[in-house]
Write a protein that binds this ligand. Structure first.
Ligand SMILES: [Zn+2]
Length: 454
């Protein structure tokens, strides 16, 4: 089945064709470990997880690389404020990041390269750019990329060089450069400002790498000069992803990435999330309110990744209710087993995969899962198989099997016997008793069934 993705490079939905048959190289921009990741970051990571799992569902082997930014201005600022070493700042936040993604059933990348462990690769890349005349040393001894030398600069974000020069969305570097749009590759070590802080030696001067160069160096190190998919969030389109393309393609003379996929923003109560508005939420805020983290995953899946996701406490609570109901319906056990229905299975499976393969339409794939869970015609044996398969992508814990206590199964069988004897009153007493114990007994076209109250 063909997969289609919306490619930001061409601004249209395109069939996905990998470079190597059956394999996909995937790079996703990772966290800067100076604070906890927020819900907007996590929304993007959930989208990337579904992207990876959809490719796997289609039989691809995915090599996923996600960088860890463990050197940048914000980290250095925190080191100064808290009088701590780089690792004392970054390692605890890296640990928290890994805990957060685990709680959301986001699979780890195959590689999590840290910026500080790949400085050599970045220096090498900067050397090439200097040699090719694409980069220059500024008055402050920092190295800058000269965007006027890169013909197609701005293509991804659809900005012209004119716009970029006059635009407001330029990083406010305190460093000297030729053009407003030029960006820093290497920040020169300033012995007054950077006293005793982290710096590395390079032929072009002591300093530390800029943020953009790390993604170019680390993605190409693991995935090659040209690879299949680069994913992130729309707020990274410019300048970050634009700069990654410029640096990489200027250095290699080859196309950097074939498909650029970007997740939309997460809003809180229809407002931009920010620390000053007091609506800057992390997964811990969800847990503090005793909400299952997977409710947030459900909420994210229930909106398309290219739509803005409006986070409200009401919405996430509703998502938790929906998730409980879906799980409860998915766990239904039939007392008498019946044969699977291959035709129905095929129908549902096709519908589910088609939705995902159409630019990751997760809301539609969820709808299909609900239809299946509620479907009285499809035998439970088939449902079990399908739910298990769907949950490999959804990862909503739909397949955590409950063991039905022998006592409950016995009660269900007794209830059936009583009903056959037209002893409805006693049968109903048993149903009520099971209900009090947390088990729902119901009658389906496949016969009497038990499911857990969640
Ligand atoms: Zn990046």
């Amino acid at each position: 089945m063909a997969i289609k993705f919306y490619n930001y490079l061409t601004r249209q939905k395109e069939p996905f064709n990998p470079i190597k048959k059956g394999r996909v190289g995937l790079y996703t921009c990772g966290p800067t470990v100076y604070d906890r990741v927020h819900l907007g970051n996590l929304r993007t990571f959930i989208f990337e997880d579904v992207l990876k799992k959809t490719l796997q569902l289609n039989g691809y082997r995915v090599k996923h690389v996600m960088n860890i930014t463990d050197i940048d201005d914000k980290i250095i600022k925190k080191m100064k404020q808290e009088k701590k070493t780089l690792k004392q700042i970054t390692l605890p936040y890296l640990k928290l990041f890994l805990q957060d993604i685990k709680k959301l059933n986001i699979e780890r990348a195959a590689y999590f390269p840290k910026a500080t462990e790949n400085i050599k690769e970045m220096i090498k890349l900067i050397k090439v750019l200097l040699k090719k005349g694409m980069a220059y040393k500024g008055k402050d001894n920092s190295i800058y990329f000269d965007i006027s030398k890169f013909q197609t600069y701005g293509a991804l974000s659809e900005l012209t060089k004119q716009n970029i020069r006059h635009g407001a969305r330029i990083e406010n570097d305190e460093y000297s450069k030729k053009n407003a749009g030029d960006f820093v590759l290497w920040k020169a070590f300033n012995s007054i400002q950077d006293k005793s802080l982290t710096a590395w030696n390079a032929a072009f001067g002591k300093g530390r790498p800029g943020w953009h160069i790390e993604c170019s160096a680390m993605s190409m190190k693991y995935l090659g000069k040209t690879f299949d998919i680069h994913a992130g969030a729309v707020d990274l389109l410019f300048p970050h992803h634009e700069n990654e393309i410029a640096q990489s393609e200027a250095a290699t003379g080859q196309k950097f990435v074939n498909y650029w996929l970007e997740a939309e923003h997460l809003l809180v109560e229809n407002q931009k999330m920010s620390k000053s508005l007091g609506n800057f939420y992390t997964l811990r805020d969800i847990e503090k309110r005793n909400i299952n983290p997977l409710a947030f995953r459900y909420l994210a899946l229930n909106s398309h990744y290219r739509s803005k996701l409006n986070f409200t406490w009401n919405a996430v609570q509703k998502a938790e209710e929906s998730l409980k109901n879906l799980r409860s319906l998915s766990f239904r056990k039939i007392i008498k087993r019946e044969p699977r229905n291959a035709k129905k299975e095929k129908e549902y499976e096709t519908k589910f995969i088609e939705a995902l393969n159409n630019d990751l339409n997760t809301p539609r794939s969820l709808t299909t899962t609900w239809e299946l869970a509620r479907d009285a015609e499809t035998p439970q044996t088939s449902k079990d198989k399908l739910i298990e398969k769907f949950d490999k992508v959804l990862k909503l814990g739909l397949k955590t099997d409950f063991r039905i206590p022998a006592e409950i199964t016995k009660m269900a069988k007794n209830r059936e016997k009583l009903r056959r004897e037209n002893n409805y009153e006693k049968a109903d007493q048993l149903r009520q008793k099971a209900d009090n114990l947390g088990w729902i007994m119901e009658d389906t076209p496949s016969g009497p069934a038990i499911r857990k109250k969640l």
